[in-house]
Design a protein around this ligand. Sequence first.
Ligand code: HMH
Length: 220
Amino acid sequence: GVEASTTAAWMERHRQMYERATRHPFTVSIRDGTIDLSAFKRWLSQDYLFVREFVAFVASVLLKCCKQEDSLDMEIILGGVASLSDELSWFKNEAVKWDVDLASVPPLKSNLEYHRFLGSLTEPEISYAVAVTTFWIIETVYQDSFGFCIEEGNKTPPELLGTCQRWGSAEFKQYCQSLHRIVDHSLANAPADAVKSAEEAFVRVLELEIGFWEMSSSQS
Ligand code: HMH
């Protein structure tokens, strides 16, 4: 339909970058079973720090959603906020399993860059359309990346299947599809300058996600 055309056009225009973010050598090596476990541990500890920052960003999306005239999306976004509590517990559990000490891990450069970006989008001047678009693409990169690791023909090591299921499950995919519908609806009613800013944020997320996988792959 007409509403879906904006994000569909971005996906076409930025297809290469989307592929680089969702079929990165890091996640492809999980699927191949060739993943370097020290790299996996680095990703785990860095992503824990990311999710802690992500909480404030998602809370800001919820707040913007609630201030909308028609806040039908509120329950979906609220579910997203609520699931982050379980996610932080999951990271702490995994860290114990992998013998990673989360308290002693400093955020690396690409992670800090991502934190700064999220912080800038948390500001009240940022429109709901831009914020919810950013939220959707952040979740979707993980859904697509980890979904691929549990698709037909994978050689994902059994000890990594739990991680892949967390973001690759049918349930998480449905949640991302709900966010996608919210984004399409929101962009259809947004002014042109907001749509432009949302596209810029979409591209920036893809760059930051690629940087995050690169950082996890090799210490730099
Ligand atoms: C870097 N991007 C990064 N971490 C995550 N946990 C997600 C996306 C999905 O929530």
